[in-house]
Design a protein around this ligand. Structure first.
Ligand SMILES: [Zn+2]
Length: 320
């Protein structure tokens, strides 16, 4: 189901429907207790009930039924967009040519949404940071060699660090979608990835193809956002090894909608948060307490004002 459809319905229910229903209940009580004024032939009570009935009917017709009609239309449109995007995403998973198009597309959408969010970037720099949101999901290949196998609890620890960090520093609501344990076996080049120029170019080959194809199937819903860039979910792939030695995670910045972390997150809880920072265009920082220090701090990492504004100005970080 499309997230904007679900979120719109939730908003209507909590902000419109429930307040009206509360008012209806109060009005009902008022009418029950309304004393009958004999000199108006009890019309005051009748008017009270008439208002109650009128509001109830309008609410049921416009809000309760209306929200479902809108929801159905929204879901159908979302599904059509996702189906079209699925085709595009599968094409983007073709080695070489798909990889090159994917790289160009992701950088173009990055530039476009950076320009669009420039006012928000400046406001963020000035300290005005209204609540934004960012979607994060996890995909785990079925054929990893790492033992013991990564558990959902391991993943949740990384995600909890992501959620708390971006909430407290950037006022971003990180919405965790799900852990997808795909059945599509990953090629060796997706399980061990070089986080360097070689890795960047090998991303256009089989390894990158698997990441893109698995994203298309595992993350079908709202997949259209990865095509247009706006509000694209950041997908954290858990893999066996990131090279060179000592590297625990990898991100090729705006080139991809995914980041990589090794399957040994317990000792470095902020690896996913650090890689997501790269995906939002943050470079490394020289301060040992900073999230973007090459060796991620093990507790309470910080972000500078400029870093916060940069993350908030990312295409992954949106209001709707
Ligand atoms: Zn890094």
């Amino acid at each position: 189901m499309g997230r904007v459809c679900r979120e719109t319905q939730d908003w209507v229910e909590t902000q419109v429907e429930q307040p009206i229903e509360t008012w209806e209940n109060q009005q009902e009580n008022r009418c029950r207790n309304e004393p009958c004024n004999w000199w108006t032939l009890c019309l005051n009570v009748l008017v009270c009930w008439l208002v109650w009935v009128l509001v109830k009917v309008v609410r049921i017709v416009l809000v309760t039924i209306g929200k479902w009609v809108v929801r159905v239309i929204c879901e159908v449109v979302n599904f059509i967009l996702d189906a079209l995007a699925f085709v595009v995403n599968v094409i983007l998973s073709i080695p070489i040519i798909g990889g090159i198009i994917r790289t160009i597309l992701n950088w173009v959408t990055e530039v476009i949404w950076r320009i669009v969010s420039l006012p928000d970037f400046l406001l963020s720099l000035a300290g005005v940071r209204l609540r934004k949101k960012m979607y994060v999901g996890v995909i785990i290949p079925p054929n990893m060699a790492t033992t013991p196998a990564i558990t959902d609890a391991d993943v949740q620890r990384q995600i909890a660090a992501v959620v708390s960090l971006y909430d407290s520093t950037c006022n971003i609501n990180v919405i965790f979608t799900e852990i997808c344990r795909t059945t599509a076996a990953a090629p060796d080049s997706s399980l061990v990835v070089g986080c360097d120029a070689g890795g960047f170019f090998s991303d256009w080959w089989i390894g990158g193809s698997w990441f893109e194809y698995t994203s298309a199937t595992c993350k079908f819903t709202d997949g259209f956002r990865r095509v247009i860039g706006y509000g694209a979910e950041i997908i954290v792939f858990v893999i066996d090894d990131v090279t060179p030695a000592g590297t625990n995670g990898c991100s090729f910045a705006s080139t991809d909608n995914y980041v990589l972390i090794e399957a040994k997150p317990a000792d470095q809880p902020f690896v996913a948060a650090h890689e997501i920072g790269h995906a939002c265009l943050l470079p490394h920082d020289g301060s040992a307490t900073n999230l973007m220090f090459p060796t991620t701090p093990s507790s309470g990492p910080v972000l500078t004002n400029l870093q916060i504004a940069t993350v908030r100005g990312s295409k992954h970080c949106v209001y709707i």
